[in-house]
Design a protein around this ligand. Structure first.
Ligand SMILES: Cc1cc2nc3c(=O)[nH]c(=O)nc-3n(C[C@H](O)[C@H](O)[C@H](O)COP(=O)(O)OP(=O)(O)OC[C@H]3O[C@@H](n4cnc5c(N)ncnc54)[C@H](O)[C@@H]3O)c2cc1C
Length: 387
């Protein structure tokens, strides 16, 4: 279809990637975000090759390679530093045809904002509802401001307002029973080699570092915790030191050297797979459609895949907008639902929901054939749209 006007709610990874893809398709695109100033949610993100391929297709390949870390291998170690498994990631790159890139979120956000056009994101623009006619979709903003186009994309994240319109009900978030801390530190071979992604596991918790561009490591910690705990930023180092007491030296060094004021701390949630991702001319994309726990590192990558598929159907089919959205829903619903459920299961295993299953996993890590791990990662990547 030609000459569409697209209204996107949300300037996160999903909204911006969709904005770039749809502009490149020749459409008029407006992005609205409730934030007064856009800040990345979190410190780093691992873009697996399926997400990177979408950026390649949008002409952003060199740019993402420039900000991405070089991650050649992946290591599982016990909390007392026994090597459980190490996986060479080069065979994965060869299988799927593209490197994964762990990146600092600020760098990714800048890249996407520059590609879309920072000045054409409407900030301080909070969507409060959506309405439709036969031929148009309208986003309604605070102050009763309305913007009408051919379709509205709800890329408004896990707490989506547009989702209420699409599903016709309030969708509850599901707490995944653990807290995540994340941030950036200078890369330092005392922690782990600079081309390595290390994951320490034990006691139903984990601590991890991976290389991002700019000679930095993105680090994260995870620990099961009851809902509702809060710790002031200035006390986050002490909190981590206590939770990871007795863990191996690199983990202790990381805790000593991180900046507690720049360390994010958040309770992790996901949502159950939705019955529908579209309603007429309104469509959900990214976390609004399929917020997931981050244990497969696929949430952002799936948002990018959504953007690619949506742009493709709008561009290449010609019955009408609602028809293109139906095709998008068919292509995305099962893939994203399966990944949400798979990540949920993995989360429960990693974070000790049933201790015997977590223990079995630790034992299995020692015996796991690295080739099987590569094949499992390749399967997820190659089931994406750019395989
Ligand atoms: C700890 C953690 C680690 C992760 N690690 C990875 C990883 O390694 N790899 C990976 O691929 N994914 C990862 N993810 C998932 C990834 O971060 C998300 O899937 C992705 O950021 C979702 O992007 P989005 O654009 O859909 O939503 P968001 O990034 O949440 O953006 C939504 C935007 O909408 C705006 N908005 C919300 N409501 C309104 C409104 N009413 N009106 C206007 N604007 C609104 C918000 O201000 C925001 O800018 C991780 C997630 C977490 C929490």
């Amino acid at each position: 279809m030609d000459n569409l006007k697209v209204i996107i709610i949300g300037a996160g990874i999903g909204g911006l990637t969709a904005g770039i893809a749809l502009r490149q398709a020749g459409y008029e695109v407006e992005i609205h975000d409730k934030a007064k100033e856009l800040r990345p949610a979190g410190a780093g993100i691992s873009l697996w090759s399926n997400g990177v391929k979408v950026l390649n297709r949008l002409g952003l390949g060199e740019k993402i390679a420039r900000i991405g870390g070089r991650m050649d291998r992946m290591e599982y170690r016990s909390h007392i530093d026994e090597l459980l498994n190490h996986i060479n990631l080069i065979p994965l790159v060869e299988k799927v045809g593209q490197r994964p890139y762990p990146v600092a979120r600020t760098d990714l956000q800048n890249l996407l904002l520059e590609a879309f056009g920072r000045e054409s994101v409407h900030l301080h623009s909070r969507c409060i509802g959506v309405e439709e006619s036969d031929r148009t979709a309208t986003a309604i903003f605070e102050g009763d401001r309305r913007v009408t186009g051919d379709l509205v994309i709800g890329a408004d994240g896990i707490h989506s307002v547009v989702r209420r319109y699409v599903t016709g009900k309030e969708i509850s978030l599901r707490y995944a029973d653990y807290v995540n801390w994340n941030g950036l530190v200078e890369a330092n071979a005392d922690y782990t080699p600079e081309n390595n992604w290390v994951i320490y596991v034990g006691e139903g918790k984990r601590a991890s570092m991976m290389p991002v561009g700019g000679d930095r490591f993105y680090f994260f910690f995870g620990c099961p915790m009851a809902k509702g705990s809060t710790v002031k930023p200035e006390n986050r180092r002490e909190e981590l030191a206590q939770i990871f007491q007795g863990w191996t030296t690199p983990v202790q060094k990381l805790i000593q050297n991180l900046d507690p004021l720049q360390t994010n701390r958040l309770e992790i949630h996901d949502i159950d797979p939705l019955d529908r991702l579209i309603q007429g001319r309104v469509v959900l994309l990214g976390d609004s459609a399929h917020a997931t726990t981050p244990t497969l590192g696929q949430g952002g990558c799936q948002a990018m895949e959504d953007a690619e598929i949506l742009a493709r159907y709008l561009q290449t089919t010609n019955i009408g907008v609602a028809d293109a959205l139906k095709r998008y829903e068919t292509a995305r619903k099962d893939r994203t639902a399966n990944l949400v459920l798979k990540a949920r299961k993995r989360t429960d295993t990693i974070y000790g929901k049933k201790q015997e299953i977590t223990q079995q996993w630790y034992d299995q890590l020692k015996q796991e054939n690295p080739e099987d791990v590569v094949n499992a990662l390749a399967k997820i990547i190659l089931s994406g749209p750019l395989n």
